[in-house]
Design a protein around this ligand. Structure first.
Ligand SMILES: [Ca+2]
Length: 313
């Protein structure tokens, strides 16, 4: 089994992604770490615990992390997409469990440094915790197995700005640290996430499974579905997208993705381009690659696997 830490800001799409990992026997989810993003970090922590409770997996420890970006600027949240509570204000009960006392950054360092090369970090929020781990422990970069990043937009427009994706726009300095680090960064960005739409029929198939986890997903989904539909971001009526889902899926089914190794830089100075992933796609780039970037995905297969795995939680 692949050992994984999920660094997350739940988030309705985080819930869809996390439930998929919990229904996947290929993975050993050994911890979850939270970061501000879709909602303040305190809410993200509560939501991580709520998701684990919906999956009856409360043995997985949750550690709360960064409440602000790497440069300590005021954080920006995404209540219009995820609701004020981060889970669609759907009335999910408060968790009966609590987070661990250790900070997420310290926990990331401790776990990665005691198992060099063995732990994959699925970073499906701002990259603040991962960047801080790299800054605090210089050995972290080499010891971490793979950092799967949900974020970036190379051949498509951004969603948080014309050029930038929400997770990288939300903390460009942290993303810059991670992409410069030399770690094994895999970028699962909007280039592929926007191709992965769960159809209405697939949603209905999942709701029909009628388990505790699928009822939870059914409860929180309408908010993000309506938000995307209002913005004209969906390809089919009644469809829904969970952008974090393809990112965690890369950790389970990498064969479903077409990727290219490229030099990718994070724009941190641009007036209109902060948080943009600038990929050097020239034939002879003349500089080292920094990330494996996904451009293609077998969306039909992946969406069906999502239904199967969440139903199996
Ligand atoms: Ca997320």
């Amino acid at each position: 089994m692949k050992r994984v830490i999920i660094d997350t800001d739940p988030g309705i799409d985080d819930a869809a992604a996390i439930l998929m990992t919990l229904g996947s026997p290929e993975l050993d989810i050994e911890a979850m770490t939270t970061v501000f993003g879709n909602t303040p970090v305190e809410n993200c922590t509560i939501n991580a615990l709520r998701i684990l409770e919906a999956a009856d997996r409360t043995e997985i420890p949750v550690y709360e992390g960064s409440s602000r970006p790497y440069n300590c600027a005021e954080p920006v949240f995404a209540a219009l997409i995820h609701g004020d509570d981060g889970l669609g204000d759907a009335g999910v009960p408060m968790p009966s469990t609590a987070a661990q006392p250790t900070n997420a950054v310290i926990e990331l360092i401790n776990r990665v440094m005691t198992s060099p090369g063995e732990i994959t970090v699925m970073a499906i929020g701002r990259l603040t915790n991962v960047a801080l781990a790299m800054a605090v422990e210089p050995g972290f970069t080499e010891a971490v197995g793979e950092v799967i990043v949900m974020g970036g937009a190379v051949s498509v427009p951004g969603n948080a700005s014309p050029t930038a994706s929400a997770n990288l726009r939300g903390d460009p300095e942290a993303a810059d640290v991670v992409y410069r680090s030399g770690a094994n960064v895999v970028q699962i960005g909007l280039d592929v996430c926007e191709q992965v739409e769960i159809s209405l029929a697939q949603q209905e198939e999942l709701w029909a499974a009628d388990t505790k986890a699928t009822r939870f997903m059914h409860l929180v989904s309408p908010f993000i579905q309506a938000a995307y539909e209002r913005r004209g971001r969906l390809h089919h009526p009644g469809g829904v997208r969970y952008n974090d889902m393809p990112a965690v899926s890369y950790g389970i089914f990498p064969e479903l993705f077409e990727c290219r190794e490229l030099p990718v830089h994070i724009e941190i100075h641009g007036e209109h381009t902060r948080g943009m992933t600038v990929a050097n796609q020239r034939e002879d780039p003349g500089e080292p690659t920094t990330a494996k970037v996904a451009f293609g995905v077998d969306a039909a297969r992946l969406t069906q696997l999502w239904v199967e795995r969440v139903a199996a939680v």
